[in-house]
Ligand binder design. Structure first.
Ligand SMILES: *Cc1c(COP(=O)(O)O)cnc(C)c1O
Length: 389
């Protein structure tokens, strides 16, 4: 028996239960619907889950990345190294700080930044590296942290896909100076829109939290005891980037379910791996040894050279057969805005371009079972059979 998606299997979907619904209703009825007790509780829960010192819930991972760069002092004239093979948030957070993104190409086998190409891009202006763990599959953090140490660079992990993933026993997001998770609806767990910044650096966390609340110190009234709780002091140019209790209400229960979500996705991913092992036209993402990936996505590479159709047509055929898919990502250097601003050429980052032209994220979420996986693989095989050159 396939799961309830009888006619169409989406590539990702939010999985929400009665617990989330009840908690949101409870929040709405409480009268406290912006940042408050539930966000505080969500923060405590994330800290306990990750066993880390600080977790700051924010309105999105984009906000989290921007706050992290700002709090770490990234500013105009600085260069920040990352990959073009990412969501726009990674690059925009650098641009919001008027710093310059410097791209390093990815590796074809796992779509993550190639650590061997980082050093050649380091200049006196380089201040930080933002590794993006594609689909919750860890970057080579040993090499990246070594390069960062030797060159005195900060590391901000774009762990948007990666809550719950581990690299050699360490949680992704907590290996660099700071890490950012996304709770967007298609991500591993959701709060509708939302994200969290995590770090074991207390003073950095304090800065990030202050900046997320408009730069306003809401505890100032405790010092100025003659004043009431209405009193606050603005200490910095901050942003209205905090999470609301409505979002946190969802997150409280999603976090309880996260390990189960990951377990099911891992099970499906392993079955995909097995079933694709005798399909030479399909390459599967390579996971680094000693790691526990979050399996946010299951991206495959289609060998378009051996087929009569390209990736786009392949996706349309899949859709016609009731299988959803998507592309992660359209490389940033191939997007009109960045091309115009930085004069990029499509061929500047050949691996990113190569992967982009062949990659497909096929269905992977915790509502799937073995039957669904087998069905998707059968359909992919049938397209390959009929389109083989
Ligand atoms: C989704 C995503 C983000 C941004 O997350 P939001 O919560 O939507 O702001 C950042 N980086 C990567 C790699 C992403 O996929």
């Amino acid at each position: 028996m396939k799961t309830e998606n009888k006619d169409f299997l989406p590539f990702a979907m939010p999985i929400l239960g009665q617990e989330e619904i009840d908690e949101v209703v409870d929040t709405l009825k409480s009268g406290w619907i912006t940042n408050g007790p539930k966000t505080k509780k969500f923060s405590e829960k994330i800290k306990a889950y990750l066993n880390c010192r600080n977790a700051i819930p924010v309105g999105s991972c984009t906000f989290g990345l921007h706050l992290s760069l700002r709090a770490l002092g990234i500013k105009e004239g600085d260069e920040v190294i990352t990959t073009p093979f990412t969501f726009l948030a990674t690059v925009n957070s650098i641009l919001y700080q008027r710093a310059t993104p410097v791209f390093v190409d990815i590796m074809k086998e796992n779509y993550n930044i190639d650590p061997n190409k980082i050093e050649e891009k380091i200049t006196e202006k380089t201040k930080a590296i933002i590794p993006v763990h594609h689909s919750g599959n860890p970057c080579d953090m040993d090499k990246i942290m070594k390069i960062a140490d030797e060159n005195n660079l900060l590391v901000i992990e774009d762990a948007a896909h990666s809550i719950g993933a581990e690299y050699k026993g360490k949680k992704l997001g907590l290996i660099g100076n700071v890490g950012c998770y996304s709770f967007y609806p298609t991500k591993s767990m959701t709060t509708s829109e939302g994200g969290a910044v995590v770090t074991n650096d207390d003073s950095l966390a304090e800065k990030i939290e202050l900046l997320s609340f408009n730069g306003a110190d809401r505890n100032a009234w405790k010092r100025e005891s003659s004043k009431g709780s209405w009193y606050y002091e603005i200490l910095d140019l901050g942003y209205k980037y905090y999470m609301t209790d409505v979002q946190a209400a969802i997150g409280l229960h999603q976090l309880d379910k996260l390990d189960e979500f990951i377990r099911i996705r891992e099970k499906c991913a392993r079955l995909y791996n097995k079933l694709f092992s005798d399909v030479p036209e399909v390459s599967i993402p390579k996971v680094v040894d000693d790691c526990k990936p979050a399996r946010h996505l299951y991206p495959i590479i289609i060998d378009t050279e051996s087929l009569k159709i390209g990736r786009d047509e392949f996706m349309i055929k899949l859709k016609d057969m009731g299988v959803g898919s998507s592309v992660h990502f359209i490389p940033m250097h191939m997007q009109p805005y960045y091309k115009k601003r930085f004069g990029f050429n499509d061929n500047d980052y050949p691996n990113s371009k190569w992967v982009f032209e062949r990659i497909i994220s096929i269905p992977l979420h915790a509502k799937m079972n073995d039957e669904d996986v087998i069905d998707v693989v059968e359909k992919i095989k049938s397209i390959i059979e009929s389109e083989r050159i």
